[in-house]
Design a protein around this ligand. Sequence first.
Ligand code: ADP
Ligand code: MG
Length: 693
Amino acid sequence: MNDLAQPVTELTGVGEALAAKLARLRVQTIADLLFHLPLRYQDRTRITPIGTLRAGMEGVVEGEVSAADVVKGRRRSLLVRLKDDSGIISLRFFHFSPAQQQQFQRGTHVRCFGEARAGATGLEIYHPEYRLIGTGEAPVEDHLTPIYPTTEGLTQPRLRGLIGQALKRLAEAPESLPDGIPEPLRERFRLPGLHECLRYLHEPPPDADLERLAEGRHPTQRRLALEELLAHQLSLRQVRLRIQADGAPALPSGRGLQARFVAQLPFSLTGAQQRVLDEIARDLETECPMLRLVQGDVGSGKTVVAAMAALAAIAGGCQAAVMAPTEILAEQHFRNFREWFAPLGIEVAWLAGKLKGKARLDTKAAIADGRAQVVVGTHALFQEDVHFQRLGLAIVDEQHRFGVHQRLALRQKGEAGGLTPHQLIMTATPIPRTLAMSAYADLDLSVIDELPPGRTPVQTVAVPDERRPEVVARIRNACAEGRQAYWVCTLIEESEALQCQAAEATRDALTEALPELAVGLVHGRMKAAEKAAVMAAFKSGELDLLVATTVIEVGVDVPNASLMIIENPERLGLSQLHQLRGRVGRGSTESFCVLLYHPPLSAHSRERLAVMRESTDGFRIAEKDLELRGPGEVLGTRQTGLAQMKIADLERDRDLLERVSPLARALLEEAPDASEPLIRRWLGDEAGRYGQV
Ligand code: ADP
Ligand code: MG
């Protein structure tokens, strides 16, 4: 039987020991070998005249031994002089046996491969691969030589041999590895066939474009990258289908309650908020669980949108849960919702890890019997021991800490009646649409692309830290006018402890420099209750200046704060700086952000701080951030699963992203059975894990 799905041990010469090594490379089956692609290539298809070699060049040279001597330098070595018609070069061996020394008789013909470097005797090749040849022996390899990622104890020739066997089996039984993208689709999307690509990449012809291959932009590589992106997208769509397999409560009746809520707000909704609310309302009306991601720049007013959605759930006789990533944020949402909803007679409950004992039991009871109509909290909300009476809507703020698995897990929270709650996920990371469509293919996308009127954009300046006294004076002036300020200490190395110490030292220094001000401190190592107390004091105006670590990054809303100092901003990514800066400029007074950097700045840092000075547009900043840091960092791809891709590279292959969705749609429509094998091929166990949740 020739089945490429068989384990590698079916190949000649592969025992348990070798199989174990291959397993370290995530190669288990014969087909896996075919998808184990080269890192790079060597050109051993032609012989390079010795005289044309330059330091740093790699190639095959062939010549006659003119001398071979053991030389004593700093290290003893065997030096073999090799010449052809065009020049002479030295082969140098630091490790050699007497037998080896014997081989290199004067006049012997040697062919070798290696990298030339400038050595003591002119150009030298250290430890070349070589063999002795007879005259007139046929030249070299007929295709470029692949260099594979490998593991200890597995040589390149060995790996090449195994892949050669796999290619042979593929040639004998092409049908045993079906092309994941059916022919008609390949034609329409102008994609080369899978087998063709694999064969090309393992055995490129001598004239292959090495530069493109090295960049990963060869058409064959792009086809595989597209296929991988497609597989990811299909798996996310599968997640979506799985969530939507169960019904959700239809929530069509929110308008009355929402109108009463809007009437009591001190402002009217922006056009963008209204549009996004319409999109949400349309989703909620149906029995198909909503899966919607709302993107909106910091300060665009996502919380009100969340509140409106919650009202639709309540009007429909369901509960709504609001989850935030930190207790500070959750607490803030809780206050907002309670204030907004109390006049409407709606009961809002609070649940976080810190809630203990009887209070916790009482809250859980209120959630279970439906008295709590809105529940605000942290991850604690979705723990097993929390039962909802009838959860209709789950709202998740700041989605980048909330992955696919959690989305799937939410299904079970519908519990009674077997209904799945609608999901509304909100993020302030304004990633470009194509990227969002790939990373969050399981979600529909709404964008709040307008800020509430009357905001004056934050003025940003970059100041070197030797001008710290000026900055301190600036805080004094702002606070004297009744404003408040943040002082943000950024991460020193990856140590939270050090960061907190630094923040404490800064608080002490500022307290001394500004004796007339009330200075507070909040950092990640404080107890939740302490943090909450400090935040509340800042919000109420008791504190003038808040020294904080980056814990205030997300969502904190204190409109009277109009000045933010960010110390060592060069340590942070642009998107993070943008989030931080979004804490000011929330009221109508002019706000300022001072980037207090430590000179000298690298060119790269200078460029980033310039972006911050010039722009307050989250989308532009995100684009720039992507350019400078790559999508992995910006998206926090750990949760999206896009980080572990084998071939595709979100940055390099960005133009492919646009082709993925149409291809996925076409495939699901025209060849739905092709989806599962593709997911399995590229995501393997990963896909299995999604399934188990
Ligand atoms: P984010 O999108 O960053 O979560 P918030 O929901 O915290 O933003 O809103 C920021 C501030 O803007 C809050 O003080 C909120 O009350 C206010 N706000 C929200 N919508 C509007 C609006 N349409 N007009 C004026 N202010 C608004
Ligand atoms: Mg927010």
